[in-house]
Ligand binder design. Structure first.
Ligand SMILES: C[S@@+](CC[C@H](N)C(=O)[O-])C[C@H]1O[C@@H](n2cnc3c(N)ncnc32)[C@H](O)[C@@H]1O
Length: 356
């Protein structure tokens, strides 16, 4: 039995998951995504992988089967986004509309019957009916399945990020990846991750790395960040700086915005708005600015040389922040690849032992 794993990455984005899988020996042959902004980063960082600009709903199993080489162990990977939805009456209908793309993923598993499947998603998916349907589709297909909510910080990502990770195999037993950095004392800190980067002011970008660019702050937000302490909240500010919405009783609990990170802890969860000081705890620990896009990418465990824009191209902070915030941390992808390799090796050993 072949031990070579080839992967197709559905909803590949800029390729965080693909990059991690590739770093641990999975040959990723294609990524599929509907967003044209993902094409350059995906192709620039994944030599040998095709980027298919497609809506997953229009892809079929036959097309996927044509992407894998004959005789390899075939992996279908993906991180389906939830879809915006509006006016449905009950939770089940809302869930169905919201997670429509997860059922497209399940359809592609049924149509292409890969040997291995992996998916990553937000923890709350675990309670939703579409996830239960996804599990049923895997069971019907004869897969052994393992899943758990894990913290990316336990896998060497300098960020607290809880995610649901699922691995499945038709070849034999499979287990959720083992943590490599288990527990707070082993987590990679903000200081270790970005402490060496060039100092920046808000609105400034680094000449040698255009991605090391920080959003411009208003005069009010400059005054606010100067008054902010690492790990603190807007409650540390003098009253005249506190936003009207926070002064009202209803706003007094939202302490998670306008915060500075702490040097000796991992970063908070990167979101699609992680470039904005007012959008979370995205203030730099000591410079008076929000984190730069490069810092955000490093907090997602992308290598420092990962390319998101063409040379000479103007960087759209909003677009790149969205792509970075949406990504699966490559370090989590590496851990998944190790778990899949271990499962494939064990299954191949079992086949050899039975066959003599
Ligand atoms: C959570 S992100 C995936 C991130 C990616 N796995 C990574 O590691 O960088 C979800 C992606 O699904 C893509 N997407 C949304 N709807 C889609 C569709 N109908 N077909 C294909 N891709 C879609 C989005 O453009 C986005 O890049």
């Amino acid at each position: 039995m072949s031990l070579v794993i080839e992967g197709v990455d559905l909803f590949c984005g800029v390729g965080g998951l693909s990059y991690g899988l590739g770093a641990e020996g999975v040959r990723v042959v294609a990524g599929i995504d509907v967003d044209p902004a993902c094409q350059y980063p995906y192709e620039a960082n994944h030599e040998g992988a095709k980027f298919l600009l497609r809506d997953i709903a229009t892809v079929n199993g036959e097309e996927l089967n044509a992407l894998w080489s004959p005789g390899v162990v075939r992996l279908l990977a993906g991180c389906a986004p939830c879809q915006p939805f509006s006016s449905y009456a009950n939770t089940a209908t809302v869930d169905k509309a919201k997670w429509r793309l997860l059922s497209e993923f399940a359809r592609l598993v049924e149509e292409s019957q890969p040997d291995l499947v992996t998916m990553e998603n937000v923890p709350r998916l675990q309670q939703a009916q579409p996830f239960k349907n996804f599990l049923r589709a895997l069971m019907r297909g004869g897969y052994q399945v393992a899943y758990a909510v894990v913290n990316a910080a336990d896998y060497g990502t300098p960020q607290r990020r809880k995610r649901l990770v699922l691995v499945a195999s038709r070849l034999g037993p499979v287990a959720v990846p083992e943590p490599t950095h288990k527990g707070a004392e082993n987590w990679v800190t903000v200081r270790q991750a970005v402490g060496h980067l060039k100092k920046l002011k808000d609105g400034e970008s680094c000449k040698s790395d255009p991605l090391h660019v920080a959003s411009t702050l208003s005069e009010l937000n400059r005054a606010r960040i100067r008054a902010s302490k690492p790990g603190g909240t807007w409650r540390d500010w003098p009253e005249q700086l506190v936003a009207a919405c926070h002064q009202r009783e209803s706003g007094k609990h939202s302490a998670g915005v306008y915060g500075r990170m702490e040097w000796y802890k991992p970063a908070p969860t990167m979101t699609t708005l992680c470039n904005g000081y007012g959008n979370g705890r995205f203030g730099h620990p000591e410079q008076d600015r929000a984190i730069s896009l490069r810092e955000a990418a490093i907090f997602q465990s992308f290598p420092e040389a990962y390319r998101f824009t063409r040379d000479g191209e103007a960087v759209s902070i909003k677009t790149v922040a969205r792509l970075i915030g949406n990504a699966v941390p490559p370090k989590l992808g590496e851990a998944v690849a190790r778990a899949l390799h271990a499962s494939v090796r064990a299954s191949a050993g079992a086949v050899t032992a039975v066959g003599g």
